[in-house]
Write a protein that binds this ligand. Structure first.
Ligand SMILES: Cc1cc2nc3c(=O)[nH]c(=O)nc-3n(C[C@H](O)[C@H](O)[C@H](O)COP(=O)(O)O)c2cc1C
Length: 254
């Protein structure tokens, strides 16, 4: 954080816990502080403590998932709790219809994770991106399975062979799962990646990439190709405008 402050980073976004102690140095440097929450109560608390922008992350999100309330029920509650503080909706949004819906729920903007993982610019393994593009909305699993390196932290990943084997074994607890401790891949500089490790496959990972934590949200069903990030943003905006126009016409015709 010190290096980021020295470099003049304009936005600090905190997740997974209380950013107390980090907010003040960020504000002193003139930066904006964002914090990801999963309930109205948490949102209220963080805004009272000085957070500038709240990110409301719904349960359908990819990666580590802080709460268990879905985006549609969460966002209006958080907006109601902290208005006029801006709220950004995260989880399950991958196209302009999702952006339009989030705005209708009172969000000031949207935050997309899975959609951008499957973009050309991210440094992840092509196989991982292709799996996201091929997946349906039913192909993700919410679990705490990939816990080596980050225990007790629920996350959403694509269903894969590691999950299938664990389920077939009766979902044993950490320490006695099938293949526990075995190396399934190697990362940067040949560092071993064990089964159930929280690491995700980047472009330098080799081995059984499919068996690793393939973080993705339910929005994967809305993604059908790996594209440049700029294209994704341009289409997102055009689709949202079109969707909002269609909604306005619906109102006018009544
Ligand atoms: C691979 C991956 C890594 C993520 N890492 C972080 C992170 O380091 N910090 C953070 O605040 N959120 C992280 N997230 C969560 C996203 O910020 C966001 O809440 C989520 O992706 C939104 O749902 P979506 O995937 O449906 O778009 C990550 C998500 C994914 C898929």
């Amino acid at each position: 954080m010190q290096v980021s402050l020295e470099e003049g980073v304009p936005v600090f976004s905190f997740f997974w816990g209380d950013p107390a102690g980090y907010r003040e140095p960020a504000h002193d440097a003139g930066a904006v502080v964002m914090h990801t929450v999963s309930s109205a109560q948490e949102a209220r608390r963080t805004v009272e403590a000085g957070t500038d922008v709240v990110v409301a992350q719904g349960w359908e999100a990819g990666g580590h998932v802080w709460g268990e309330v879905a985006t549609f029920a969460l966002v209006p509650r958080v907006v109601g709790a902290v208005s006029p503080t801006p709220v950004v909706a995260a989880g399950g949004i991958a196209d302009g219809r999702g952006l339009a819906a989030a705005l209708a729920l009172g969000a000031a903007g949207v935050w997309l994770g899975t959609r951008f993982i499957a973009s050309e610019e991210t440094p992840f393994a092509p196989m991982y991106k292709d799996r996201i593009a091929a997946a349906a909305e039913t192909d993700t699993v919410y679990s705490s399975l990939f816990d080596l390196g980050w225990p007790d932290a629920p996350h959403r990943t694509l269903r894969n062979s590691t999950i299938d084997r664990w389920e077939a074994a009766g979902r044993p607890s950490s320490g006695s799962r099938p293949g526990e401790g075995e190396t399934v891949a190697t990362g940067r500089h040949g560092a071993p990646i064990r089964r159930y490790e929280e690491a995700l496959p980047d472009a330098e990972t080799s081995g059984d990439l499919e068996a690793l934590a393939l973080y993705a949200g339910q929005s994967c069903g809305l993604i059908s190709s790996v594209e440049p990030a700029g294209e994704i943003v341009r289409r997102l905006v055009a689709e949202a405008v079109q969707t909002l126009d269609e909604c306005a016409r619906l109102v006018e015709s009544n």
